[in-house]
Design a protein around this ligand. Structure first.
Ligand SMILES: Cc1cc2nc3c(=O)[nH]c(=O)nc-3n(C[C@H](O)[C@H](O)[C@H](O)COP(=O)(O)O)c2cc1C
Length: 222
């Protein structure tokens, strides 16, 4: 573990979209995932079910995702968000702009943007992909618990010198994940989390997002 404070870890964590071809030792993965277990959840049900693909399993999954996207197979996520309001769309556009700028891709460059999007299905070359799953019996409250678990996991990874990127795109073909991990149809895939060691030479990794002013999202009342 590094000697980062919590504030340093929170500020150092960012989405990394380019990894070195170097596996994380199992002992370190066990340590990090054990720490994440301490995330809170409503009535302590711990609804997260986490499937971590490494080695040949990760390679086969990556290949399946890439094949499906190349074949233009429509995504069939277990959960999907509704249409979002303009205020949020602006933030989403800004997030894409920051990434495309870092990658040197012009907004009008459609093939360039498609190639950037395809990197998702290459798992950004992450040597490990954790799939964050949950039993269908649970609802939104428990999905929030899985989110808290995931942030705890990401901070634990950061504090151990590892990088990660949450990927909603890893939920596009949940049947592949269920088949690979032999999961029942009641187990739903929320998103993926690629992790490993950052490749600092990848231009996408120079992208830095910002945050809305505090007053836009937090209200204090006495
Ligand atoms: C649930 C979730 C799903 C995400 N899905 C993707 C994704 O599919 N592809 C991607 O490149 N980034 C994805 N991200 C990363 C976000 O774009 C990123 O967290 C956000 O822009 C803030 O940037 P930062 O993580 O560097 O602070 C996802 C993040 C979360 C929390």
């Amino acid at each position: 573990m590094t000697d980062m404070t919590l504030e340093e870890a929170v500020r150092a964590r960012r989405s990394v979209r380019g990894f070195l071809p170097k596996s994380v030792p199992q002992a370190l993965m066990t340590q990090v995932f054990e720490l994440a277990q301490w995330a809170p959840s409503g009535t302590n049900v711990q609804p997260w079910q986490v499937c971590v693909a490494s080695g040949a399993t990760r390679d086969a999954l990556r290949e399946s995702f890439m094949q499906r996207v190349r074949a233009k197979e429509p995504a069939t996520p277990d959960y999907s968000d509704g249409r979002i309001a303009e205020q949020f769309r602006g933030r989403r556009r800004e997030c894409a702009r920051v990434l495309f700028d870092a990658m040197g891709i012009d907004w009008e460059d459609k093939p360039g943007r498609a190639a950037a999007s395809f990197r998702n299905f290459e798992m950004f070359d992450a040597p490990h992909m954790a799939f964050l799953c949950m039993d269908d019996v649970f609802g939104k409250q428990s999905a929030a618990d899985v989110g808290m678990y995931t942030q705890t996991l990401m901070l634990a990874l950061t504090a151990h010198g590892l990088a990660s990127c949450a990927q909603g795109t890893m939920a596009h073909y949940p049947d592949v994940v269920r088949d690979t991990f032999n999961l029942g149809s009641e187990i739903k895939v929320l998103f993926g989390l690629g992790f490993g060691y950052e490749d600092v030479s990848v231009p996408a990794n120079t992208a830095r997002t910002t945050r809305a002013p505090l007053a836009e999202t937090v209200t204090f009342l006495n």
